[in-house]
Design a protein around this ligand. Structure first.
Ligand code: ATP
Ligand code: MG
Length: 438
């Protein structure tokens, strides 16, 4: 017997009813990010492995354990992108955009990480990100953060807290690293081999460790905030002042270091923290992470260009929307029940004409008993229902039932002349999109 074929572990099929939420989130993102001056960039799914090793960093979890790396038939080492900041920077440099004073991009698409999967943590997952290259000014950091914040609000996500920190400038690092090394050094003998390796090769990454045994030690480690130089300190103060000005609440989180090597100055995360304390996402509560990366463009071979950006986990946002009971407004406006023969052809023509006018109208090609067709209308959550019978055809008037109203409601059924049907439905669709957008 042949083996049962199933999707790869950690990779999901996305379909109705969740797909309508995905589409709602994506539609809102494209509209909103465009309005904020960000244009879309689409880079390939696979890149040269070296791109991620050099940008994300060799001693990070992503590069050391989580990458889907393979050799192609030409012997090149390729990697399925685990994140999209490095590919975007690669494209930015490759197309000579460093000539321009300001480039703002957003991206939306699948990323791949070989992770231990659970709710909200998958091996193929989707990120929506926004990057701004050029301005070093604090207002650019805050614009980027405000975009993430406004987007979460626009799709109806509540109870997310903005966590904020500064990692200082590259020039502030050596003093901090020295203090960090001195702090951990007396304990290294007790470390696991992996932790010892991290200590040797990239000490700061210990702060991001997933090893429980190390947590208490890490909790007492020196924090970068005490080592900021004057410029980074002033920048961080301004970021906070501007966030306050825009009335975006935040908490300072001195231990927030993020899992990628390229960050400088501002770093931030939006974390889902419901008042009950019970999170549907468990440990996967971070819905967005980002920050400044002022040296990455140069490190990857481009000009000196400060930059800032974030990435949001769309899988997690859709899970939250589902838990909130959010309904994507994509129900058919009208369901047409059909009779047999000539009448069915008339009804079919009507459905098609209305669809060509952009109206969401549905019917059941199988026909059959009206009761069964009505059940089908309920199953697809149609807002209105009509039977296209002989008398309707002759009188050219349809009796339209509003499926959302109780039977006793005097507006439950209205008569609409066939000639007025399209504008009548258009009107109904406007009323619907106002009342039911989440
Ligand atoms: P985490 O601490 O949850 O592992 P991260 O620091 O690795 O997150 P980033 O690399 O900053 O995350 O990615 C930005 C966002 O992408 C995360 O905040 C999260 O919402 C989402 N994300 C990251 N990894 C996954 C995954 N394996 N499955 C689903 N979403 C993910
Ligand atoms: Mg991670």
């Amino acid at each position: 017997m042949s083996q049962k074929l199933v999707a790869v572990k950690g990779m999901n099929d996305l379909m109705s009813p969740q797909i309508e939420l995905w589409q709602f989130v994506e539609r809102t993102a494209r509209e909103m990010f465009g309005t904020w001056g960000y244009s879309e960039i689409r880079t390939p799914i696979v890149e040269d492995t070296a791109l991620f090793v050099r940008s994300v960093g060799e001693v990070t979890d992503i590069v050391s354990k989580e990458m889907y790396t393979f050799e192609d038939k030409g012997g090149r080492s390729l990697t399925m992108r685990p994140e999209n900041t490095a590919p975007a920077v690669r494209a930015y440099i490759e197309h000579g955009l460093g000539q321009q004073p300001l480039t703002r991009w957003y991206y939306l698409g699948p990323m791949f990480r070989y992770e231990r999967m659970k709710t909200g943590r998958y091996r193929q997952f989707y990120q929506l990100g926004a990057e701004a290259y050029g301005p070093a000014d604090a207002s650019q950091d805050v614009e980027n953060i405000a975009l993430a914040w406004s987007f979460l609000k626009a799709i109806g996500i509540q109870h997310v807290t903005l966590h904020l920190n500064s990692l200082g400038d590259a020039a502030d690092r050596p003093r901090y690293l020295e203090a960090l090394k001195a702090y951990f050094a007396p304990h290294v003998a007790t470390f696991s081999e992996a932790a010892r390796d991290t200590f040797e090769r990239n000490t700061m990454r210990l702060l991001d460790t997933k090893e429980e045994a190390l947590r208490p030690l890490v909790a007492g480690a020196p924090v970068i905030g005490d080592f900021l130089g004057d410029a980074a300190r002033a920048h961080f103060d301004e970021v906070q002042a501007l966030l306050t000005k825009l009335e975006i609440p935040f908490v300072l989180d001195r231990s927030l270091v993020r899992g990628l090597d390229y960050y400088t100055r501002t770093t931030f995360e939006f974390i889902y923290e419901p008042p009950s304390g019970e999170s549907t996402l468990g440990t996967a509560g971070t819905v967005c992470g980002g920050g400044r990366y002022d040296n990455l463009v140069h490190e990857l071979g481009g000009p000196e260009k400060p930059a800032v950006g974030f990435a949001m986990g769309l899988d997690r946002l859709v899970l939250l929307l589902e838990a909130l009971g959010t309904q994507a407004p994509l129900r058919p406006l009208l369901f047409v029940a059909t009779m047999e023969g000539e009448l069915k052809a008339h009804a079919f023509k009507l459905v098609t004409d209305l669809r060509l006018k952009g109206l969401a109208v549905d019917f059941d090609p199988r026909g059959g008993k009206i009761k069964r067709q009505a059940e089908r209308a309920s199953a697809v959550k149609a807002r209105h229902f009509v039977v296209y019978g002989q008398s309707e055809h002759e009188a050219k008037v349809l009796k339209i039932k509003n499926m959302d109203l109780p039977d006793a409601d005097p507006n439950k059924e209205v008569s609409v002349p066939l000639d007025d049907l399209a504008p009548w439905l258009l009107n109904a669709s406007k009323a619907v999109s106002v009342s039911s957008s989440p």
